[in-house]
Design a protein around this ligand. Structure first.
Ligand SMILES: NC(=O)c1ccc[n+]([C@@H]2O[C@H](COP(=O)([O-])OP(=O)(O)OC[C@H]3O[C@@H](n4cnc5c(N)ncnc54)[C@H](OP(=O)(O)O)[C@@H]3O)[C@@H](O)[C@H]2O)c1
Length: 304
C-alpha cells in the first residue's frame, strides 16, 4: 500500500511518515522544506506542484497534513489562509478521488467557539473566533463537497517534534527534566490525543470504510495544567513544578475558546473500540520517544 503525505515537513506530517511506515505502508512525503525520516520525497517548489504530486501515481492514500496551522499567521494573511486551508484542500480531495486514491484531511477543534460546557459532537454548530477556525471549517466543507468519500478528522494532538521545541509535550518534558517551574492554564480544556494513537485510529477508520467528518481526539478532555501534571507523574518528576495559571489572564490568548472537549462517540462506533485517554497517550509517548527520535534522525531529505 502506497501513501502520499502532503505537508510532510510539518509537526503532524513528520510523524505521519513514522506511523504509516510502522503500519507497513510505503510512504512518500511531499514538502517544500527538508524532510526527516522519509525515504521517498517529492519537492514542492510552489503550491501548484501539489496537484502533480497527487496525480503522479495511483496512491492508495493521500493524506493532507499541509495547512497554515498558526493562528497568528492566519490573522496576518487571511487570503493565504483561505487558499491553503479552504480552497486548495477541496481541489486536492477532488483530484485524489479522480485518481482512485483515498483522501484523508485534517481539521481542528478550533472550528468551535469553546463556550460550551458539554462535549461538542460532529453535528454541533461551529463558530470559531479566528481566521484559522473559519478557514479550517470552510476547508472541511470544501473537501466533503468535492469528494464525499473522503475522511475529515477534527484533531487536537500532542507528540514529540524533531527539534524538541515544537509542542506542549516537548515543553513539559524538557522543563521537568531540568527542574524548571512552569505555569499552565487550568481554564483551557482540550481533548488532546497522542499522534501515535491518532494515526492508528485514522487508519482504523479507513479500514472500516469510514467517510465524512469525525472527531479524532482523546476520550478525556484535560486542562493544560492537568496535562502537565500528568506528564510529571508519568516521568516520575515533581508535579509541583507545574503552577496553575489562567488563559483568561493572558492578553494575547484570552479571546480563544476555553472548553474544546470533543465527543468521540461517532468514531468509537466506526472503529469498534474505545478511544485512548490523554494519560494513556502520555505513557505511549514516553515509551516510544527513542524510536520516534531515531526515525527523525534516520535521514534528512533537503527541501527543494
Ligand atoms: N498543531 C496542532 O496543535 C493542531 C491542532 C489541531 C489541528 N491541527 C491540524 O493539523 C494539521 C497539521 O498541522 P501542523 O501542526 O502539523 O502544522 P505545521 O507544523 O505548521 O505543518 C504544516 C505543513 O504545511 C506546509 N505548508 C504550509 N504552507 C505551505 C505552502 N504555502 N506551501 C507548501 N507547504 C506549505 C508546511 O511546510 P513548511 O514546513 O515548509 O512550512 C508544513 O509541512 C493542520 O491541518 C492543522 O490545522 C493542528
Amino acid at each position: 500500500m502506497r501513501a502520499l503525505v502532503l505537508g510532510a515537513s510539518g509537526f503532524l506530517g513528520s510523524y505521519a511518515g513514522h506511523a504509516l511506515q510502522k503500519a507497513g505502508w510505503q510512504v512518500t512525503g511531499a514538502s517544500r522544506s527538508a524532510l526527516r525520516g522519509y525515504s521517498s520525497s517529492i519537492g514542492l517548489d510552489s503550491l501548484r506542484d501539489v496537484s502533480a504530486a497527487i496525480t503522479r501515481e495511483p496512491w492508495d492514500l493521500v493524506m493532507n497534513c499541509l495547512a497554515i496551522a498558526n493562528h497568528e499567521a492566519c490573522e496576518q494573511d487571511p487570503a493565504s489562509a483561505r487558499l491553503v486551508n479552504h480552497e486548495l484542500p477541496g481541489i486536492w480531495a477532488d483530484e485524489a478521488g479522480q485518481n482512485g486514491s483515498h483522501f484523508i484531511h485534517f481539521s481542528t477543534d478550533a472550528v468551535f467557539d469553546g463556550d460550551s460546557t458539554d462535549l461538542y459532537d460532529e453535528q454541533d454548530p461551529t463558530g470559531g473566533s479566528s481566521v484559522y477556525g473559519w478557514t479550517k471549517r470552510a476547508g472541511e466543507l470544501a473537501v466533503l463537497a468535492a469528494n464525499p468519500q473522503a475522511l475529515v478528522f477534527r484533531i487536537n494532538f500532542f507528540g514529540w517534534s524533531h527539534n524538541g521545541g515544537r509542542g506542549i509535550l516537548d515543553f513539559f518534558a524538557s522543563g521537568l527534566a531540568s527542574g524548571i517551574s512552569m505555569t499552565s492554564f487550568r481554564d483551557y480544556v482540550v481533548s488532546s490525543l497522542y499522534v501515535g494513537h491518532l494515526f492508528d485510529l485514522a487508519l482504523g477508520a479507513l479500514s472500516a470504510n469510514g467517510t465524512g467528518l469525525y472527531h479524532l481526539v482523546s476520550s478525556t478532555p484535560l486542562s493544560k495544567y492537568d496535562f502537565g501534571v500528568t506528564v510529571a507523574r508519568a516521568m516520575g518528576a515533581d508535579p509541583d513544578l507545574i503552577q496553575p495559571g489562567l488563559l483568561a489572564d493572558s492578553p494575547t490568548l484570552s479571546n480563544r475558546g476555553h472548553n474544546l472537549g470533543l465527543s468521540v462517540r461517532k468514531l468509537e462506533k466506526l472503529v469498534g473500540r474505545s478511544i485512548p485517554s490523554t494519560a494513556e497517550g502520555i505513557q505511549m509517548a514516553l515509551a516510544e520517544r527513542g524510536a520516534v527520535m531515531d526515525y527523525f534522525g534516520s535521514g534528512i531529505i533537503p527541501g527543494e
